[in-house]
Ligand binder design. Structure first.
Ligand code: BGC
Length: 418
């Protein structure tokens, strides 16, 4: 059903292709209590204080938001917890047939070993509502937030971390039998780097030893979760959402080629190699190309997002070609941009979909595309000002939804091709 057609040209997607959008619980639900909400409380003022220097490049309205401490508290976020049906109706109207979201561990297991039936039922209901609209759920088990009790025990550094996670995953597998696509971890390399090497995200540690320890714990966590999910329901598909980047050598120089190859191996492949035997599919999250000039990244930045990130949709081809070597089905589980005026999103969507369809045409097994994000949301330590959504959330009007023109353009692409 999913196999790519040999005659595939740019703009043609295989039968059964999943057209989706992604979110994560902490970024959209609102009303969470977890390690991040605690960290936000302690750091909101500091982050707002840094904004003057850090975000001086922002447009005035966004800059104003970035200077406000409230910007850095997730609070009610996009209120997706209460408005998910409305959001799913919009998804249906756009022709989307898949939704990637995460279930919030801290809601399901607020105290160690104590599961909250009401919260479990909330997600069961969400899954039912998706199925009623013909939307396939792709469920992420860990998208960076953890319960406070887990963090208090030492978080991912703790010797119990993997078995605690396994306990949660086992429960999830048995109470959500409707889920056919599981994503164990979201971007483990980005998390371990920002939280334990750079020391910017909770728990803000800066230690190369801790970084490697957490990374290897996450490798074990994935494998353990894979086995637990398969034990309970052997028919499910289990993968990971891997952060990937495209590396290109500046001016093609040999030294830059060598460094690019090393970086590309470390960033894109080394985690996947470690979990290769416990993977049914690869989820590809793609945002960046890096033009490598010795040990520096020297991007051209011809087109940038509101966040100043270079937009380089064609870089995804290199990533997909490279990961195609694993001979596993792939889903683009995230790609997108912060673009509050919706000026570049349609262009980005068209360009990246062109690249993906060309890869499919070459025989690369890509079975779905999930735009990040369905909704404007809480962008971690940056807060609310970056607007990634296909759907605009009007925060000043109690989170009213407004479908952006680029979402309508995507609808047309889904229906008519590129
Ligand atoms: C993460 C998302 C995040 C997005 C944009 C990805 O790294 O999985 O949670 O919002 O990038 O920064």
């Amino acid at each position: 059903m999913h196999s790519s057609r040999p005659e595939n040209k740019a703009g043609v997607f295989p039968e059964g292709f999943f057209w989706g959008a992604s979110t994560s619980a902490h970024q959209v639900e609102g009303g969470n209590t977890n390690n991040w909400t605690e960290w936000e409380e302690k750091n909101a003022k500091r982050l707002a204080g840094n904004a003057k220097n850090e975000y001086a490049f922002l447009r005035e309205d966004l800059f104003r938001e970035a200077n406000n401490p409230e910007n850095y508290r997730s609070g009610k976020a996009a209120d997706h917890y209460h408005r998910f049906r409305e959001d799913f109706d919009i998804m249906s109207s756009l022709g989307l047939n898949a939704y990637r979201f995460s279930i919030e561990w801290s809601r399901i297991e607020p105290k160690q070993g104590v599961f909250d039936e009401k919260e479990i039922n909330h997600y069961i209901f969400m899954i039912k509502e998706l199925r009623a609209r013909g939307i396939e759920p792709f469920v992420t088990l860990w998208h960076w937030t953890v319960p406070v009790w887990f963090e208090d025990k030492g978080g991912w550094e703790s010797k119990d971390a993997v078995s605690d996670f396994e306990h949660f995953v086992t429960k999830a597998a048995s109470v959500f039998p409707e889920v056919k696509f599981w994503i164990t971890l979201n971007e483990p390399d980005i998390y371990s780097y920002n939280s334990y090497k750079k020391g910017e995200w909770p728990p803000q540690k800066k230690s190369i030893f801790k970084y490697f320890r957490v990374r290897s714990q996450l490798i074990r966590a994935h494998k353990t979760a894979y086995n637990a999910l398969k034990r309970i329901n052997p028919g499910v598909n289990v993968g990971i959402a891997k952060d990937t980047m495209c590396f290109q050598p500046y001016k093609g120089k040999w030294i830059n080629r060598l460094i690019s190859a090393i970086l590309s191996f470390w960033v894109n492949k080394s985690f996947l190699n470690a979990i290769r035997s416990s993977l049914d599919f690869i989820g590809v999250n793609y945002y960046f190309r890096n033009l490598v000039h010795l040990w520096k990244i020297q991007n051209e930045n011809k087109i940038v997002s509101d966040m100043g990130w270079e937009l380089y949709p064609s870089g995804i081809s290199e990533v997909l070609t490279a990961l195609g070597k694993y001979k596993l089905p792939m889903y683009v589980t995230e790609t997108g941009l912060a673009d509050s005026n919706d000026e570049k999103r349609e262009w980005y969507l068209r360009e990246i979909l062109k690249e993906i369809s060309q890869e499919i045409g070459k025989g690369i097994d890509v079975r779905g595309f999930f735009y990040w994000s369905l909704l404007d949301n809480f962008e971690w330590d940056k807060g609310f000002w970056p607007r990634f959504g296909l759907i605009e959330v009007e925060y000043t009007k109690s989170c009213a939804r407004r479908v952006r023109p680029s979402a309508i353009a995507l609808k047309k692409i889904i229906r008519e091709g590129l």
